[in-house]
Design a protein around this ligand. Structure first.
Ligand SMILES: Cc1ncc(COP(=O)(O)O)c(C=O)c1O
Length: 292
């Protein structure tokens, strides 16, 4: 199995050999931001959108960007070229860097950039053919508060514990509830419901990472004259929906057929979800030139 390639501050190393300091604040405190995207036919999809969101995330956490988006993009290209042919999972991380062992972020002044091209591990085909189950739960994440809201900060502990709990309940994704009981998003995805042909997804608000896949799906739906609205989605809306699906850069558009053990719609992936998934893949093919 290829281990992929990693670029650390522009220096390329084998995936197995890549190392950062134990004093790096990303390691010690999750004091870093990141992006995840993938390639299709070797070409990254929506790379600019991801790198622009990375810059916004860094701003939120007051981490100065060490290089321009153009430099990062050319380093992504170099990492992919070094990794070789085929498709890759790409993670770009900006950490605040190293400093004395103190919480004060102003003590670290040299942010570190890491680009990882790792083997792409995709969800099983049956998740798309039969759909997945989700579990609803409360979880409080660092990005729920005003300062870090909207940032893709690396502290995913609450999200990964939510996924653990979901898996224990036989579900494949956790859906996080806000303080008013509304559904915000998945642990690493955005959620959509379909009711009488109309699509609804929670509006951007603190606690939601406004996904790049979500934005693409909204564009695809508009082009296909499928009605979409951004608004509150409550657990009962999900339970009574005709269809539901989650979106993320790696999972693309994935049907959801049950929530907390309750069947959604017919219990099978629905026609609107299927159309949006096809439209999404077509948008990816057009943007990357890949045959999907
Ligand atoms: C918390 C969270 N919400 C939503 C998403 C979906 O974002 P995107 O479509 O940009 O991959 C992710 C992706 O990892 C995520 O971690």
């Amino acid at each position: 199995m290829p281990s992929g390639k990693v670029s650390i501050d522009g220096r390329l190393v084998d995936g197995d050999e890549a190392r950062v300091s134990v004093l790096d604040r990303g390691f010690l405190y999750g004091d870093s931001v990141f992006e995840v995207f993938r390639t299709y036919g070797g070409v990254p999809f929506a790379e600019t959108e991801h790198l622009e969101r990375l810059v916004r995330s860094a701003e939120r956490l007051m981490i100065p960007m060490p290089v321009s988006i153009e430099t990062l993009s050319s380093e992504v290209r170099a990492t992919l070229d070094a990794a070789g042919g085929g498709d890759w999972y790409v993670r770009v991380v900006i950490t605040r860097g190293t400093g004395p062992l103190t919480y004060d972020p102003s003590t670290a002044s040299e942010p570190l950039r890491v680009i990882i091209a790792a083997p792409l591990s995709l969800p099983p085909a049956e998740y798309y053919e039969r759909g997945v189950a989700v579990a609803l739960m409360r979880a409080s994440r660092p990005t729920d508060d005003a300062r870090a809201a909207g940032a893709k900060a690396s502290n995913y502990l609450a999200n990964l514990l939510a996924v653990h709990e979901a898996k224990e309940k036989g579900a494949q994704e956790a859906l996080v509830l806000g303080k008013d009981g509304q559904i915000l998003e998945g642990a690493s995805s955005n959620i959509f419901v379909v009711e009488e042909g109309r699509v609804r997804t929670p509006e951007p608000q603190p606690g939601i990472l406004v996904g790049i896949t979500r934005a693409t799906v909204l564009r695809v739906a508009a082009a296909a004259a499928i009605e979409v609205e951004e608004g509150e989605v409550r657990p009962e809306d999900l339970f009574s929906a005709d269809e539901a699906f989650i979106t993320s850069s790696i999972r693309e558009v994935m049907p959801v057929v049950s929530a907390d053990g309750r069947t959604i719609g017919t219990g099978r992936p629905g026609p609107v979800t299927r159309r949006l998934r096809e439209g999404y893949l077509q948008a990816v093919a057009e943007a990357t030139g890949a045959s999907i």
